[in-house]
Design a binder for this molecule. Structure first.
Ligand SMILES: C[S@@+](CC[C@H](N)C(=O)[O-])C[C@H]1O[C@@H](n2cnc3c(N)ncnc32)[C@H](O)[C@@H]1O
Length: 517
């Protein structure tokens, strides 16, 4: 056994690893976290630093330790960052960044030599052989991935089948299939958008067009017309299927899944359209009630059908009002409890703020309904900001957006009584907590917008629950029905509210997913 004091026992580049970990949280393209969401994923920068410092021996004196830490993580320097505020003004602030090192995402090419140096050093520390690294709780795979990049023999284990599959896709398939090309699946040849992107990336042209470009001495730049012709070309010559690497196969099959999911879920996410210009302007126009958007065969919204009455020239100007589709981003829900005094349905809401970012301030309003059996919701847009100092503003905002819940329980909006937390738990244990659709978040022309749910959307939830039951019935070996064991820290808070079986919590999550994803 190679037992020697490790660097991590004496020194660790904590500051640099933290800075590069924070930087990595904002990386969208190419990072393993974009493959699939997994809870408590560790940043790659932190894993890499921890692995190197664990695998390498301690060099023995403070100066050498400092040098090694700097080689791993670079130095911390100050930089001026300029940020544009919502009012258009620019603010400058000092920011700490790392320079050098091998932890920063995106510097892999420039740091390739240093990374190779670390690989050699690690091997040297283990008698010239690649050390074995075991992560028995591997989750999203950050630690084994970094171990592999450092040249170790990594073994990853996770009890959860989803994590197991993420690990396969992160650690195994890319290595096995790297550099290999296989024919694309036939169905994708008819996907114009995919084929255009594929041809553009591979600089593929129809022979005739290609010759035309060559004659004119132009570099082969794909053009829109060429590409759609090309996709038809491939569709016609199904025997002539182009070969592609793993990334393009993942894209193709991703579209296959998306297409099926869209068709299946379209009934649960009806798209509505508002009549408005794409580009806001001061010209007055007649408002119209929102309309349900018809669907095309592939279940995407058919906006051409809705805007058929307008000419092409009219639609070309973005300041002209027309029907604009606003796809649903999320259905927002509240749990409810029945008031022990007046029997009204109380929505359990901690806050009624729907959005409070920059100059978008949207509030869910709530009034008792006519017979005081529950509440009627509304949406207040452009809620003004109160004056005063920061503390006064904070207190005012809190009061303005107060929901029904506080630490002591839920106050009934229809009578002066209160359901204590104990009352709510007892109702939950008796299976009497329910849910209420509060609002819908949609994708508008200028970002997220909020509206009240339509009756059709409220009805959808009943259908979704039925589908949920069907889905659960089709699970191989059935849904686990054992009781959730409460842990010492009582992190399993759901048990106190009557969600005491794994299957019940799973149902809740899944219904919520199908209702609100
Ligand atoms: C905090 S996550 C690990 C996150 C991981 N380090 C990453 O960066 O993505 C903990 C993992 O331990 C797994 N786990 C919990 N109990 C386990 C057990 N008994 N055997 C194997 N894996 C287990 C969980 O499924 C979860 O994926």
């Amino acid at each position: 056994m190679n037992d020697f004091p490790r660097l991590i026992e004496f020194a660790f580049p904590l500051k640099q690893a933290s800075l590069d970990s924070v930087h990595e949280k904002n990386v969208r393209h190419g990072h393993i976290s974009t493959l699939h969401i997994w809870p408590a994923r560790r940043p790659l920068a932190a894993c890499r630093a921890a692995l190197i410092a664990t695998l390498l021996p301690d060099p023995g004196d403070p100066e050498k330790r400092r040098e090694l830490c700097e080689k791993i993580a670079g130095t911390v320097e100050k930089e001026i960052e300029k940020k544009k505020k919502p009012d258009g003004s620019i603010v400058e602030r000092e920011k700490e960044v790392t320079k050098g090192g091998i932890l920063h995402w995106g510097r892999e090419t420039e740091n390739a030599d240093t990374l190779e140096w670390f690989r050699q050093e690690i091997r040297k520390a283990y008698g010239g052989r690649a050390p074995k690294v075991l992560d028995p709780f591997a989750g999203g795979g950050a630690i084994p991935l970094e171990a592999m990049r450092l040249g170790c023999e990594a073994t990853a284990i996770d009890i959860n089948p989803v994590a197991w599959f993420i690990l396969k896709c992160t650690l195994e398939y890319p290595q096995k299939l790297a550099g290999q090309k296989r024919p694309l699946p036939e169905f994708i040849l008819e996907d114009k958008e995919f084929m255009e992107a594929f041809c553009k990336a591979h600089k593929i042209f129809l022979p005739a067009k290609h010759a035309k470009h060559a004659k004119k001495g132009k570099t082969a730049q794909p053009q829109q017309g060429d590409l759609s012709e090309l996709s038809r070309h491939f569709a016609c010559f199904a025997g002539n299927i182009p070969e592609a690497d793993l990334a393009w196969h993942v894209r193709a099959w991703g579209r296959w899944v998306l297409d099926r999911a869209r068709r299946e879920l379209a009934q649960f996410y009806p798209t509505y359209a508002d009549f408005e210009p794409i580009q806001k302007n001061l010209r007055p126009f007649e408002r119209q009630p929102m309309r349900l958007v018809p669907l095309k065969q592939d279940a995407t919204p058919d906006m051409d059908a809705l805007n058929a009455e307008f000419s092409e020239e009219y639609l070309a100007s973005e300041t002209n009002p027309r029907w604009v589709a606003k796809p649903t981003v999320a259905y927002l829900w509240a749990r409810t409890v029945t008031c022990k005094n007046c029997r009204a349905t109380i929505p359990l809401l901690k806050t009624r703020w729907l959005c409070k970012t920059g100059n978008r301030r949207v509030l869910l309003t709530m009034q008792p309904n006519a017979d005081r059996s529950g509440v009627v919701f509304g949406i207040a847009e452009n809620v003004p900001i109160a004056g005063g100092n920061a503390t006064q503003r904070k207190a005012y905002e809190k009061q303005l957006g107060a929901g029904t819940m506080s630490r002591s329980g839920a106050s009934c909006p229809c009578c002066p009584s209160m359901m204590t937390m104990e009352d709510i738990k007892l109702e939950g244990q008796a299976g009497r907590l329910s849910t209420l659709h509060t609002a819908v978040a949609v994708d508008g022309c200028n970002g997220k917008e909020f509206r009240l749910p339509t009756q059709a959307e409220r009805d959808v939830s009943t259908r979704a629950e039925k589908l949920g039951e069907e889905v659960f019935q089709s699970i191989p070996f059935g849904v686990p029905t054992e009781r959730i064991r409460e842990d010492a820290k009582r992190n399993t808070w759901c048990v106190q509210y009557g969600i005491d079986q794994f299957a019940r919590s799973l149902r809740n999550v899944s219904f919520r997913l199908s209702r609100a994803s």
